[in-house]
Design a protein around this ligand. Structure first.
Ligand code: COA
Length: 260
């Protein structure tokens, strides 16, 4: 994976550690970085040795401070839609990934960086993290799914206020609003993610993938979430892991799931 210019990729114990690596620019997302991110996310889907991923930013100042504003000056009415759709597609790939992807937010998560964190399944922020969607201060709006995902998480009124003011909020406020799941001391976000994953990775992988499918269906108006749930339940019922899980319970032992 050394082909990446702006990402670091390492797999340890089934967890892919994906680091956005442009610390001198607070890990701002330029277009080349987004291409690399798409490739890395595809690898999370495809590589059987990868069971989960943790996304983080290099350095101790930022997760990601947004889309690269220096590049954004090239955005115009002709390419704007394509640029937003490209970013949305990558974020949606993360959101729909059947393997858990956690964001370790170690500082600024602004604009596209906040949208990237919002696309992850679970967010852990350090006490010094700052989150926000400041796009209106630049004359645009969030275009990588932030208007939708923030609204889903916090409701309309709070989403309007955060997006219209462009305010940055503290980790504490983000936790109170339900944007982040946990707050840790600086430097401890990744270990908190690992602690959460240590539980998730003991569960049946097919069931975890179906949790992603069904919870996401609750926010997809084109889908009947209850129908999706029933289908997902049937998919799980068909697995070896379901037989193993129930049998292990009855035999009072720990299940040995194999993801089949
Ligand atoms: N795009 C491009 N470059 C960025 C960037 C972004 N989103 N965010 C930070 N940088 C660059 C700065 O230009 C600076 O580069 P330089 O050293 O070559 O001048 C470097 O990262 C450090 O940032 P700096 O602004 O000096 O740090 P700071 O601690 O004073 O301020 C922020 C931190 C996050 C408050 C500030 O960088 C900021 O407001 N960034 C933009 C946030 C934003 O609007 N994001 C949404 C984009 S759609």
């Amino acid at each position: 994976m050394s082909q990446y210019q702006f990402l670091l990729w390492e797999v340890k114990g089934g967890i892919a550690y994906l680091t956005i690596n442009r610390p001198d620019k607070l890990n701002a997302l330029n277009f080349a970085l987004l291409d690399e991110l798409r490739d890395a996310v595809r690898t999370i889907y495809d590589d059987e040795s990868v069971k989960a991923a943790i996304l983080r930013g290099a350095g101790d100042k930022a997760f990601v401070a947004g889309a690269d504003i220096a590049e954004f000056i090239k955005v115009n009415e002709f390419n704007g839609r394509k640029i937003a759709e490209n970013g949305q597609e990558i974020m949606t790939m993360i959101e729909n990934c059947p393997k858990p992807i956690l964001a370790a937010i170690n500082g600024f998560a602004l604009g596209g960086g906040c949208e990237l964190a919002l696309a992850c399944h679970i967010r852990v922020a350090s006490t010094n993290a700052k989150l926000g969607l400041p796009e209106v201060t630049l004359g645009i709006i969030p275009g990588y799914g932030g208007t939708q995902r923030l609204t889903h998480l916090v409701g309309k009124g709070r989403a309007f206020e955060l997006i219209m003011t462009g305010d940055m909020i503290s980790a504490e406020e983000a936790w109170r609003m339900g944007i982040v799941n946990h707050i840790t001391e600086p430097g401890a976000t990744v270990s908190k993610c690992e602690e959460i994953l240590s539980k998730i990775l003991m569960r049946a992988p097919v069931a975890i993938g179906q949790v992603v499918e069904t919870v996401n269906a609750a926010f997809n108006e084109t889908k009947d979430g209850f129908q999706v749930e029933a289908n997902s339940f049937a998919i799980c019922a068909h697995t070896h892991d379901f037989k193993e899980g129930t049998q292990a319970f009855l035999e009072k032992r720990k299940p040995q799931f194999n993801g089949k």
